[in-house]
Design a binder for this molecule. Structure first.
Ligand code: BG6
Length: 490
């Protein structure tokens, strides 16, 4: 595994810890080695020492010296300028030498932990020295991370450039939401339980809510975020991953093409929003000063480092989407995401239709909530079913109760970064949990109609929600106008 950008944050926070967990679970082959590539002057020992102190800090209680010793001696380092062709020649030689020492058989996984503008150059230079050409028995794969372009045109251009050197089957596009156990579990929950699927359609479901709420701000990424905004940063990728898994038909198998085709069909079915519909079905917001739930006083987005003083970039986006297909016709999917909100959580709410009639005369129907399934993606991972039950007593009263499954109760809190499965799958050539070029382009297509209207009509009312609140009032109206409301967690 060759990591470009080995001195960066992702390597120490996610990649090496994920390899540590794989090593701990005996899921790395004996003939495995890492070559970190970066500009910093270092030898193998210095790289190992640097990783050791960073990773030990990151892993906390999960640290295990014996596992680290096994991984540590597999770490190598090569100093090089990744824009310089000469570095790739040196890399070829280094890899042949490691192949010989460790019997790695010429199978290479290139992980581009670098800014996206370098993706195309690195693959081209790898191709120029023959490092992307697969033989009869060896493989060459490249992992890249979002953002995959910043709109439809740039995503197509990036895919075009990658395809000049690589086959689609060699490109593994990571959306870290696909690495989350609870996201993968949406498929397991739907397709391994006979009782769920018959209810999972417009006959029984009133609407679906997908919330990715963050209490954090833009941290040190103000300069990037100010050019992206909440819509482009989160929706074409993470929220549409959730929409794809929730909306898909059962694939014929758990093979990557079968699964990815079904996800693409969901995105294809998203009803395109006209500019007039964008005005009523999409809501944007930007946070101003406010107080977070922990009492922390935070300043407005516009005062974040790297953000323009009069920025009109949205830090909150909510959309109402519908799908033009038999399963979902007429069922709204409400999506929302934002920074500096009241809480930090990701969840999906499946709101079932009410019973056709309430026969219990004394029941206070106004107090009865419709049945609801909540998939808690993070934190407190689990699934909650809310339904009506008889309140004990001589009168026939109905109250809402919850049945709750918590991952931690059944499976403990297995330490993971979310990258373990993805790296493992890539090594095994399984692209199911990676994004196809087409999926990426469809994602951009969906948000582009909204982005175009928003760019043409810069928001005049920003900031329009206080940090620590639930977002702009317009997002509540989006559901209120349909006689619904967002689920709130305290
Ligand atoms: C990233 C976005 O892709 O996902 C960030 O760029 C966001 O802005 C992050 O904070 C959210 O990921 P998670 O796993 O914390 O929900």
């Amino acid at each position: 595994m060759i990591i470009f950008g080995a001195g960066g944050d992702l390597t120490k926070r996610k990649l090496i810890p994920a390899l540590f967990h794989l090593c701990h679970g005996k899921l790395l082959p004996e003939s495995f080695a890492v070559v970190g590539v970066d500009r910093l002057e270092m030898d193998d020992h210095a790289f190992r020492d640097m990783m050791e102190s960073d990773v030990q800090g990151n892993l906390g209680a999960a640290w295990d010296p014996a596992t680290w010793a096994r991984l540590r001696e597999r770490l190598h380092y090569m100093q090089g300028d990744i824009k310089d062709q000469g570095a790739y020649q040196t890399l070829c030689e280094r890899l042949s030498q490691i192949d010989a020492e460790r019997g790695t058989d010429g199978n290479y996984l290139f992980y581009l932990a670098v800014p996206p503008m370098l993706f195309a150059d690195i693959t081209r230079l790898l191709g120029a020295v023959g490092l992307t050409s697969e033989g009869a028995s060896d493989w060459r794969r490249v992992i890249i991370e979002k953002p995959f372009g910043s709109d439809l045109d740039s995503a197509k251009a990036l895919n075009g450039m990658l395809h000049e050197t690589l086959d689609e089957g060699q490109i593994y596009r990571i959306d870290h939401y696909l690495g989350k156990e609870t996201v993968q579990n949406i498929m397991v929950f739907r397709f391994s339980n006979g009782f769920i699927e018959p209810l999972w359609n417009r006959q029984h479901i009133d609407h679906v809510q997908i919330t990715v709420a963050e209490s954090v701000g833009v941290e040190h990424r103000g300069a990037y975020y100010d050019t992206a905004g909440a819509l482009r940063d989160m929706i074409p990728n993470h929220l549409l991953v959730l929409l794809g898994f929730l909306g898909m038909e059962p694939p014929n198998s758990f093979e990557s093409d079968a699964v990815r085709d079904e996800i693409n069909k969901v995105l294809d079915a998203v009803h395109p929003l006209t500019p007039e519909q964008v005005l009523t079905n999409a809501v944007r917001g930007q946070y101003g000063d406010g107080v977070m739930t922990n009492g922390e006083q935070v300043s407005a987005y516009r005062l974040s480092p790297g953000v323009a003083a009069g920025s009109r970039t949205e830090t909150y986006a909510a959309l109402k989407l519908t799908l033009d297909n038999w399963r979902w016709a007429g069922v709204p999917f409400y999506l929302r995401t934002g920074k500096r909100l009241h809480g930090q959580y990701t969840e999906v709410v499946i709101q079932f239709k009410r019973a056709p009639t309430i026969m219990f005369k004394d029941a206070d129907t106004a107090q009865m909530s419709p049945d609801m399934l909540v998939l808690r993606i993070q934190p407190n991972e689990g699934i909650q079913m809310s339904f009506g039950a008889k309140i004990p007593g001589p009168r026939m009263r109905v109250g809402t109760v919850n049945m709750d499954f918590c991952y931690a109760d059944y499976f403990g809190n297995a330490p993971a970064t979310g990258y373990e499965t993805l790296i493992y799958d890539c090594m095994n050539g399984d692209a199911t949990l990676f994004k196809h070029a087409e999926t990426v382009e469809k994602g951009w297509e969906i948000v582009e109609s909204v982005q175009d209207v928003w760019s043409a009509l810069p928001a005049r009312d920003f900031p329009n929600y206080a940090a620590g609140s639930w977002g702009p009032p317009g997002a509540d109206d989006l559901l209120k106008n349909d006689g619904r409301h967002w689920r709130r967690i305290r």
